[in-house]
Write a protein that binds this ligand. Structure first.
Ligand code: GDP
Ligand code: CA
Length: 331
């Protein structure tokens, strides 16, 4: 059941009245593709996206924000569609030149066009602008059609404790994810900086003002789970009607290695376990695949529907279902 008073976008009979304010959390690929569907199915509403910055990394002196950029490029029609991240029509001359200088790391692929984004961001950071304002500035070019906010302006990075031939140590999330392809088991995750991080300006206000909140099928541990660790965000969300889409279908992630993340925190890779991980204090509605129909948790309305985003139209249909469920629960 929704925990808020009826949404301002609803009449007493539950009919939708014009513009709504939807808040969504997002990681990278799963989040971005879902958001494209949400924007398509709800073009007249305001959508505020709280993006994960736990994956951010400094490379070659440049600040890289992979998840914010994936959302920005996907919604701004600049994404490499096949790969799901990085720029379309990309070249890699700078990467080759850096490799010729034996510059490390060579395992992180940054294309030439993408480099420009990181140069702009890094220059603005050096000039003293906060990430939220920089993201806004970058979005004036990309016009993503949503308001994209970083979860925090404070540096807050996911590190992974692993044990390999070099012993037990913590590595940056990207080193585990990209260089090691999550092949070395993670013993734990630490969000370095989380204790003192504050939500970025506008984040709590957006949640407060939201008619409904939608959690796309982003990674529940290192995307959504990370955003929820920024002090204040989870508490703000629990006061709202929140509907989530399961990133796990029939016991496996749709793409990526979310199973390695779930295993690391002792959670089974299933739509049921991810729902329990989020908890019924946060989640009011949960969209699962038809093969996961039996999923249930007290206080949560579970709906089983196709949730595979095989194209933009499918993503829009899934977003519509999630939104309609949220509006019904918010009544
Ligand atoms: P990342 O930051 O690029 O890893 O992307 P996200 O965290 O936003 O999303 C990754 C998650 O999206 C993975 O756990 C996938 O299982 C999930 N995912 C990807 N495509 C789909 C899809 O078509 N349907 C559903 N339900 N989940 C998906
Ligand atoms: Ca990510």
């Amino acid at each position: 059941m929704g925990k808020t008073t009826p949404a301002v976008g609803l009449s007493v009979t539950g009919e939708r009245l014009g513009r709504m304010h939807i808040v969504s959390l997002a990681g990278g690929i799963g989040g971005a593709r879902f958001l494209r569907g949400l924007r398509a199915t709800e073009p007249d509403s305001t959508i505020t996206v709280i993006g994960n910055t736990g994956d951010d990394i400094t490379l070659f002196g440049l600040r890289v924000c992979p998840d914010l950029d994936t959302v920005m490029y996907t919604l701004g029609n600049g994404i490499d569609e096949e790969q799901g991240w990085g720029r379309a029509k990309e070249s890699h001359v700078v990467k080759e030149e850096l490799a010729a200088y034996r510059m490390e790391p060579q395992w992180f692929g940054l294309g030439d066009r993408d480099f420009a984004t990181h140069i702009v961001r890094s220059q603005m950071l050096a000039a003293g602008y906060p990430l939220s304002q920089i993201t806004k500035a970058l979005c004036t070019r990309w016009q993503p059609g949503v308001r994209l906010l970083p979860m925090s302006d404070d540096r807050c990075e996911t590190h992974v404790v692993i044990e390999d031939e070099h012993g037990k140590r913590a590595v940056h999330f990207q080193e585990w994810w990209v260089r090691l392809r999550a092949s070395v088991p993670a013993q734990s995750f630490a969000l370095v900086g989380a204790d003192t991080a504050k939500p970025a300006p506008g984040v709590l206000e957006a949640v407060e003002d939201a008619d409904v909140v939608i959690l796309p099928p982003s990674n529940p541990v290192v995307s959504i789970g990370t955003i929820l660790q920024v002090p204040g965000i989870r508490d703000a969300l629990t006061a709202k009607t929140v509907v989530g889409v399961s990133p796990i279908i029939g016991g496996a992630p749709v793409r990526g290695m979310a199973d390695a993340c779930l295993t690391a925190i002792g959670v089974e890779t299933s739509a049921q376990a991810v729902l329990e991980l989020y908890g019924s204090d946060l989640i009011d509605g949960w969209l699962v695949a038809e093969e996961d129909e039996g999923v249930a948790l007290d206080g949560v309305r579970v709906v089983a529907r196709p949730i595979l985003m095989h194209d933009a139209e499918a993503a829009a249909g899934i977003a519509r279902t999630a939104l309609d469920l949220a509006l019904e629960l918010a009544r």
